[in-house]
Design a protein around this ligand. Structure first.
Ligand code: F6P
Length: 544
C-alpha cells in the first residue's frame, strides 16, 4: 500500500508547513475581514467556526485536496453499503445502519439489516415501557427503580456519557454504571440499592470480557443473597437480569433468559455501539420516543457526512485540521473542552472512540505507517479546566489544539449563569487565538520582567462547536460527527479504525497472572525480574 506521505497532496502540505507554523491569526483576521464567515460550516444542528485555526487559503485548499486524493467519499460509501472494510476481522462496519429509519432498506451478506435493527428496537421499547410503567415487577413483586449497567469500554462509556448528557430527560428510573473490575466500584454502587428494586443489564458485545463477567457474577450473588431463597433462583435472574450482547450462547450459559437478551451484530464495534442494544439503560431512562430521536440525530449527521461537499463537511473539516496538526505541525495531543456540565464525560467517551480507533502503527496492508497517527485525546468541562490546566494551553511550550463545545440554549439557567459560562467560552477562544502582546502588556502599565510573564503568544488553535440546544437528537449528531471524523482520519492514515488488537496482550498476560496471585503455594515465576518481584511483594503483603 503506497503511503499517503508519497502523494503530491501530502508533499504540498509539507511545503506549506513553515507558513502554518509561522501563521499569525491576528494578521490573518486583519487581512480578511470575512474570515469567520469563510471558515464556518453547519451540519445538522451543529455550527462549527474553524476560523481560529492555523490555516490560510492555500493550506485549507491543500488539506481539502488531500481528502479528495485519499478517496474519503469512496471509502465512506463502502462503509455505508456494508463492505467488509474491517479487513483484519473480515467484518462490515455498519453502525450507521443502527440509525436508519424503519422504511430504509439495506441488505448485507444476504441479511435485511434494517428489519433486524428495528425488530430489536421494537423489543427493547416494549420491555422499556413495561419497566418504566411499573408493569414489570421484580421477583418479590416490587417495581424496578434502579438500573445497573455492567459493562466496560464501549459497553459503558457511551451509555454513561449520554445518560449524563441527557439527565434532564430522565424520568423515574435511576441508572448506575459499573465498569471497573475493582470490587469497590460494585460495592459502592450496590450499597445504596435494594435488590428487590434493582435490574442489572449485563452489557458486553462478546460476553467474555473478564471485568464484566466478574462484575456480573458478583451482582448475581448479591441479588440472590439479598432476595433470599423464596424468590427462587431462576425467577430472580429472569426478573432482574437482562443481557445486551451478540453472544447468545454465553448469555444462556450465564442463566439469562434469551427473552431478556437484546442482540446486535458483529458489524457494530464496541466503541460505536451506544446506539445499539448497548443503549438500553438510556432507553430505560429517557424512554423509547426520546431514544428514537437520539438515533435520528445520528442519522442527520450520517446524511450530512454522505452528502456535503468535502470543504463544508463537518467531520471532514475537523479530521483535516487534526491531520494538519498531528502530521505537519507535530502537535501530539488534542483537547476536547465542553462548556456544558451535561457533557462532562464526553472527553472520556472520545478517548476510546478516537484512541482505540486510530492509535495504530500498522496500515491496512500490514506494513508500518510512515507518519504519525491518532493524537492523545484529553479534556474536561470548561470552566473547570480553566482553573486547572489552561495555563499550559495558553502559555506552555506545547501547542494543544482544542475543540470548544458550547450549547446556546441551556436546559437550566440559574441566576443568569449560562451567559457567564458562554462568555468564558468565547473569551477563551479569543485569548488563545490572539493572545496579548508585550506592547499591550506594557500599555497596561506593566514593566520589567513581568512583561514576559504576562504576555500571551496567541496562535493557539481552537474549533468552536455550537449546538443550539442539548437534546437527544443533538447529542446523537455530536457523537456521529466525531465517529465520522475518526473515520476520515483513519482513511487518510490508511489504518483500520475498527479493530483493537492493542488491547489484547495485557488481557492475555493478566489471565496468566491471576493464578500466580491466588495460588496457596508460592508458584514458580518466570516473568522478568520486575514482574516477578511485584507478584512476590503482593503475595507477601496481601491480607486474606
Ligand atoms: O478491551 C477493549 C474492548 O474490546 C473494547 O473495544 C470494548 O468496547 C470493550 O473491550 C468491551 O467489550 P465487550 O462489550 O465485548 O465486553
Amino acid at each position: 500500500m503506497s503511503d499517503v506521505t508519497n502523494t503530491s497532496e501530502w508533499q504540498r502540505l509539507a511545503e506549506l508547513t513553515p507558513a502554518g507554523a509561522g501563521l499569525s491569526l491576528r494578521a490573518e483576521f486583519a487581512a480578511v475581514p470575512s474570515r469567520a464567515e469563510q471558515f464556518t460550516v453547519r451540519g445538522a444542528d451543529i455550527m462549527l467556526d474553524f476560523s481560529k485555526n492555523l490555516i490560510n487559503d492555500d493550506i485549507w485548499s491543500a488539506l481539502v485536496d488531500l481528502a479528495a486524493a485519499s478517496k474519503v467519499g469512496e471509502r465512506a460509501s463502502a462503509m455505508f453499503s456494508g463492505e467488509h472494510i474491517n479487513t483484519t476481522e473480515d467484518r462490515a462496519v455498519l453502525h450507521t445502519a443502527l440509525r436508519l429509519p424503519a422504511d430504509a432498506s439495506l441488505t448485507v451478506d444476504g441479511q435485511d439489516v434494517v428489519a433486524d435493527v428495528h425488530e430489536t428496537l421494537g423489543r427493547m421499547s416494549r420491555v422499556a415501557d413495561a419497566v418504566r410503567s411499573g408493569a414489570w415487577k421484580g421477583a418479590t413483586g416490587s417495581q424496578i427503580r434502579h438500573i445497573v449497567n455492567i459493562g466496560i469500554g464501549g459497553s459503558d462509556l457511551g451509555p454513561l456519557m449520554v445518560y449524563r448528557a441527557l439527565s434532564d430527560y430522565r424520568e423515574d428510573l435511576t441508572c448506575h454504571f459499573v465498569s471497573n473490575v475493582d470490587p469497590t466500584h460494585m460495592h459502592e454502587t450496590l450499597r445504596q440499592l435494594d435488590p428487590a428494586e434493582t435490574m442489572f443489564l449485563v452489557a458486553s458485545k462478546t460476553f467474555t470480557t473478564q471485568e464484566t463477567m466478574a462484575n456480573a457474577n458478583s451482582a448475581r450473588s448479591w441479588l440472590l443473597d439479598g432476595l433470599g431463597a423464596d424468590a427462587g433462583r431462576e425467577t430472580a435472574v429472569a426478573k432482574h437480569f437482562m443481557a445486551l450482547s451478540t453472544n447468545l450462547e454465553g448469555v444462556t450459559e450465564f442463566g439469562i433468559d434469551p427473552e431478556n437478551m437484546f442482540g446486535f451484530w458483529d458489524w457494530v464495534g464496541g466503541r460505536y455501539s451506544v446506539d445499539s442494544a448497548i443503549g438500553m439503560s438510556l432507553m430505560l431512562a429517557i424512554g423509547p420516543d426520546e431514544f428514537a430521536d437520539f438515533l435520528a440525530g445520528f442519522h442527520d449527521m450520517d446524511e450530512h457526512f454522505r452528502s456535503a461537499p468535502l470543504e463544508q463537511n463537518l467531520p471532514v473539516v475537523m479530521a483535516l485540521l487534526g491531520i494538519w496538526y498531528r502530521n505537519f505541525l507535530d502537535f501530539e495531543t488534542h483537547a476536547v473542552l465542553p462548556y456544558s456540565q451535561y457533557l462532562e464525560r464526553f472527553p472520556a467517551y472520545l478517548q476510546q472512540l478516537d484512541m482505540e480507533s486510530n492509535g495504530k502503527s500498522t496500515k491496512l496492508d500490514g506494513t508500518p505507517v510512515d507518519h504519525e497517527t491518532g493524537p492523545i485525546i484529553w479534556g474536561e468541562p470548561g470552566t473547570n479546566g480553566q482553573h486547572a490546566f489552561y495555563q499550559l494551553i495558553h502559555q506552555g511550550t506545547s501547542v494543544v489544539p482544542a475543540d470548544l463545545i458550547g450549547v446556546v440554549n441551556p436546559a437550566n439557567d440559574v441566576g443568569g449563569q449560562h451567559d457567564l459560562l458562554m462568555a468564558n467560552l468565547f473569551a477563551q477562544a479569543e485569548a488563545l487565538a490572539f493572545g496579548k502582546t508585550g506592547e499591550e502588556v506594557e500599555a497596561a502599565g506593566i514593566s520589567g520582567v513581568l512583561v514576559n510573564h504576562k504576555t500571551f503568544g496567541g496562535n493557539r488553535p481552537t474549533n468552536m462547536l455550537l449546538v443550539d440546544e442539548l437534546t437527544p437528537r443533538t447529542v446523537g449528531q455530536l457523537i456521529a460527527l466525531y465517529e465520522h471524523k475518526v473515520f476520515v482520519q483513519g482513511t487518510i492514515w490508511g489504518v483500520n479504525s475498527f479493530d483493537q488488537w492493542g488491547v489484547e496482550l495485557g488481557k492475555e498476560l493478566a489471565r496468566g497472572i491471576v493464578p500466580e496471585l491466588t495460588a496457596d503455594d508460592a508458584p514458580e515465576l518466570d516473568h522478568d525480574s520486575s514482574t516477578n518481584a511485584l507478584i512476590t511483594h503482593y503475595r507477601h503483603t496481601r491480607r486474606r
